[in-house]
Ligand binder design. Structure first.
Ligand SMILES: [Zn+2]
Length: 88
């Protein structure tokens, strides 16, 4: 039986990201409005739990990683976390 090491970190990773990033509720990273709606999850097939949002104030879209050091890369968050663990 083969185990993919990435599967050892489960999808609740994004719940943790959201709790750390928005402890007092989500807000738009562009205009800081708290009027934010959830659009959908699973837009990235490798990252089913990554949630996408839209600001009702400025209409810009963002996701759990927008504006963080993890955004703009093709690696999944799981891969980044594994890299960080190996550095410890
Ligand atoms: Zn906004």
């Amino acid at each position: 039986m083969q185990t993919n090491i990435k599967d050892l970190i489960d999808d609740s990773l994004y719940d943790t990201v959201r709790e750390l990033r928005w402890p007092e509720g989500r807000f738009c990273p562009f205009c800081a409005s708290k009027r934010v709606i959830s659009i959908r999850t699973g837009f990235d097939k490798n990252e089913n739990s990554r949630q996408r949002y839209q600001s009702e104030e400025c209409s810009k879209r963002f996701d759990d990683l927008t504006g963080t050091i993890f955004s703009g890369y093709h690696q999944s968050l799981k891969v980044w976390i594994l890299c960080l663990l190996f550095l410890l």
